[in-house]
Ligand binder design. Structure first.
Ligand code: IMP
Length: 186
């Protein structure tokens, strides 16, 4: 029998109502900031975790945007190739020079992924690259990175839901919650 994923959550960290308030606020601010922008604004949605957040945010924007998707993973600080990012799915545009790119992320932890992705897009000559994250764990940061738009700062706990996963599960929960340690301790 399929089990109920809600039962593996020890506490709700960001409720559905809070997600609505956060996306209202961010969409308003982003729409204002890019209102007089004469270039094409592109929301770059990072798969898979950012999909629910991006979907909620984009429908509240009052400026025209285009959508692109990338799937990337970072090797992290512990491997030799810590300066690298692995691209699993890339944008199919040759020329980024007239684009103002806003990267949409689910969570910033060490900061390596977003740091490297920002550098990559700047090296490809994007006109501007800004970052927007639903969740930020500033206490875990290992590189100097401050997102341009932050939904909410959270303590150092492993969270799932609203896009975030543990072994590909829990992404469809409508809120962000702390995963009960019993789930990964057996
Ligand atoms: P960073 O490069 O360390 O900032 O890693 C960011 C990525 O790590 C996110 O896009 C997530 O995929 C993953 N991640 C970090 N913290 C969590 C968490 O608490 N739950 C689920 N995924 C996480």
């Amino acid at each position: 029998m399929k089990h109920n994923e809600n039962e593996d959550i020890s506490s709700i960290l960001v409720s559905e109502e809070q997600i609505q308030q956060i996306t209202d606020r961010l969409a308003k601010q982003i729409s204002e900031d890019y209102r007089d922008d004469e270039r094409q604004v592109v929301l770059l949605i990072i798969l898979k975790g950012s999909v629910p957040f991006a979907a909620e945010l984009m429908k509240k924007l009052t400026i025209p945007v285009q959508l692109e998707f990338m799937k990337v993973s970072s090797y992290g600080a512990t491997t030799k190739s810590s300066g690298e990012i692995k691209i699993h799915l890339d944008i199919k545009r040759d020329d980024l020079k007239d684009l103002d790119i806003l990267i949409i992320e689910d969570i910033i932890d060490t900061g390596y992924t977003l740091n490297r992705l920002t550098t990559l897009l700047k090296n490809r000559n994007a006109h501007s690259v800004k970052t927007c994250t639903l969740l930020d764990k500033p206490s875990r940061r290992e590189v100097d990175l401050t997102p341009d738009y932050t939904g909410v700062r959270i303590p150092d706990a492993f969270v799932v839901g609203f896009g975030l996963d543990y072994n590909e599960n829990y992404r469809t929960l409508p809120y962000v919650g702390i995963l009960d340690p019993k789930v990964y301790s057996h």
